[in-house]
Design a protein around this ligand. Structure first.
Ligand code: ADP
Ligand code: MG
Length: 337
């Protein structure tokens, strides 16, 4: 698989004005402005192979959108090297926009006052799409995204979910090899989210479109991506498989046990005392040191047990811990970066 995106040592620093409060502050801001530097993206390196669908994850202000803007040629980085499909995005912007599709969740690229269909039709001459290709793409995307019910409605009257579907269609009509999606499901209801996920998955699988998707919605990633990159405060904290993320970060599992009888003491040597409620107890254990099978065996030796359930921590919890603890891993595919 050829390399589609290569980012090395990417850094983007913004100079922002420091706003001092109050009347005195307002005067100072005007006559003696003070600036400070915000490192939106800091020493970020990664690469994407053609055909990958990668989730770029991080809390608000992590630097996700800034990265996408650099990759789409909208921003020039402060330092670092970027090659996308063999070119430097911001240097050949005109030519480059024909090779990529981009959707930014918070703004539409469609004409606000035009019916969706007119807006989409305008893209044919704009991108010089062969008419037959244009027709068949439009028919396919419109069917998959279910655009028909609102295709004659002006963009400004669409719901957010409808607008997002129209925008994603618009981003793909010229058959780009690469699709950048910045928070495509933000603010959408569950049904609209699912619609968009299915479509993104379809273009990735059926058309081999390489997709880089930013989101702070973990269910997007769980549903779509095998590989995730996690960014916080401009730094890449993790790059690896979703499965590896769970394994690498979350070593503590829990075992919920329903005892068949009342026991006064259900402590096990070498383990923290379980949380108890009636005949139920929850043991926390580090699965790298003690397998769940071994733990169950030890319990069965001592107690009559009615039911057992091993619980792995949900991904949400894992990622929250990464954010909190800034852990770095050297996992199987996940790498300290
Ligand atoms: N044009 C800009 N001018 C100044 N600061 C900016 C600008 N764009 C982004 N930032 C700052 O850079 C950081 C990263 O922002 P952004 O890339 O939008 O994060 P995310 O998309 O992950 O929420 C934030 O602290 C944000 O305030
Ligand atoms: Mg953003």
């Amino acid at each position: 698989m050829p390399e589609m995106i290569r980012v090395e040592g990417l850094q983007k620093t913004f100079r922002v004005m420091e706003r001092r409060p109050g009347l005195r502050g307002a005067v100072l801001n005007l006559f003696a402005p003070r600036h400070r530097m915000v490192q939106a993206v800091n020493a970020v390196s990664f690469s994407l192979q053609a055909g990958e669908l990668v989730g770029y994850l991080g809390p608000n202000g992590a630097g996700k959108s800034t990265t996408i803007k650099v990759l789409t040629g909208l921003l020039v980085p402060t330092a670092g090297e970027v090659q996308v499909n063999g070119v430097v995005p911001w240097k050949v912007r005109e030519r480059y926009v024909r090779q990529i599709g981009a959707v930014f969740g918070y703004r539409s690229t469609l004409w606000w006052d035009l019916p969706v269909i007119d807006s989409l039709e305008l893209l044919q001459p704009m991108y010089d799409i062969p008419p037959a290709r244009f027709r068949s793409n439009l028919a396919e995307f419109s069917r998959l995204l279910d655009l028909e019910p609102f295709i004659n409605t002006p963009v400004r009257s669409l719901s957010l979910g409808q607008r997002m579907r129209a925008d994603i269609c618009a981003a793909l009509l010229h058959e780009p090899h690469l699709l950048f999606l910045d928070e495509p499901t933000i603010g959408l209801d569950v049904v609209a989210k699912e619609h968009i996920r299915q479509f993104v998955s379809h273009v990735n699988r059926q058309r081999g479109v390489t997709v880089l998707l930013t989101t702070h919605d973990l269910s997007d990633v769980e549903r779509l991506c095998e590989r995730v990159m996690i960014l916080d405060l401009g730094r890449l904290l993790y790059d690896g498989s979703l499965a590896g993320l769970n394994d690498a970060f979350e070593s503590f599992w829990s075992l919920k046990v329903d005892f068949a009888e009342d026991y006064a003491d259900v402590n096990l040597p070498g383990l923290p005392a379980p949380r108890r409620e009636g005949r139920q107890a929850v043991y926390a254990f580090d699965h790298r040191e003690l397998s769940s099978a071994e733990l169950i065996r030890r319990l069965l030796e001592r107690f009559a047990i009615a039911d057992l359930e091993v619980r792995r921590p949900p991904l949400e919890e894992t990622i929250r811990r990464i954010y909190q603890e800034k852990l770095l891993v050297d996992g199987e595919r996940g790498q300290a970066v």
